[in-house]
Design a protein around this ligand. Sequence first.
Ligand code: SAM
Ligand code: SF4
Ligand code: SF4
Length: 342
Amino acid sequence: MNMVSDTFGRPLTTLRVSVTDRCNMRCRYCMPEEQYIWLPRESILTFEEIARLVGVFAPLGVDRVRLTGGEPLLRQELDTLVTLLTRVPGVRDVALTTNGVFLAEHAPRLRHAGLHRVTVSLDTLRPERLRDFARSPRHADIVAGIAAARHVGFPVKINSVVIRGFNDDELAELLEFGRAHGAEVRFIEYMDVGGATHWAPDLVVSRQEILDRLAARYGPITPAAGKARPAAPADEFRLADGTAFGIIASTTAPFCGTCDRTRLTADGHLFLCLYAATGVDLQLPLRSGATDAELAGLITPAWQGRRDRGAEERLVVAGRGALYSRAGLRADPHREMHTRGG
Ligand code: SAM
Ligand code: SF4
Ligand code: SF4
């Protein structure tokens, strides 16, 4: 193991792998436009290519891999990739973030393949809101997906992006839904990244406001003694009855200081930060016959030179709006959230 750290001493521990930029939903905070420029199909890494790259990252310190997208369950036989990744020496945690629509049918095979954990994105309990906000009629399938994932034994978390005027009246209902389904809810502040072209500061419901609203309903809320991992993005809390939940305050209280995450796009570009303007192309060398040592020789200096603290830098931007305009996103689809994997 030859662990690498960046200029702020942050290790490279967590790799988010986007397996596709396509999605069957159109959440307004992520993919609000009518048309998208997709990554060319032939540029999408095969499962073997992804596993090979993960095998290069692991000796540098990566022991946690999260599959994301786009919608990762749109990739046929994703369980085959899970099997390959669980066999990579040094990788001890393989997780999945999904919108849940296809989860019920895939949960048993994913479990069998050795996937460790599942996070399902669910922002509303009202099917008509999902229809309007994410252009999806599949609310019941998402709920069934959560139940199926629990049924086969996965630890499940629910991610809910909170947006003023959309779902900020459902905080308690989402918590209670999570409690009923044995799935911890994590509220996420709306971020101005990538595809969030409709972002505006007044749409963000801050961690403090989320806590105030829940305290008004449930009484005192206790912060957990510490994070499960120092680099974990969520702050953990408990209601008086013991119900645990998390808040990811990416916008009002970013956690760049401990960020150990890097992102691999479906076409093999490495991004050191969700907000990074450019990435490192690993696909070209991979497909041109580079050895593992040569690939590690591209990743290591990139991480060692990392100075990114994108969300913290955004805090001081005057008159802050969306990071990119529609035209800016169309100029480079790698800027999209659904390409970077969230
Ligand atoms: N399609 C899968 C899903 O929705 O879970 C995986 C990809 S999605 C890009 C990953 C995560 O990013 C989701 O939990 C989603 O809610 C979150 N996300 C996307 N856009 C966001 C934004 N503007 N602010 C905060 N979170 C966002
Ligand atoms: Fe929604 Fe995830 Fe699809 Fe983005 S990638 S539109 S968050 S389901
Ligand atoms: Fe990490 Fe960049 Fe997000 Fe900060 S903004 S937590 S550095 S990915």
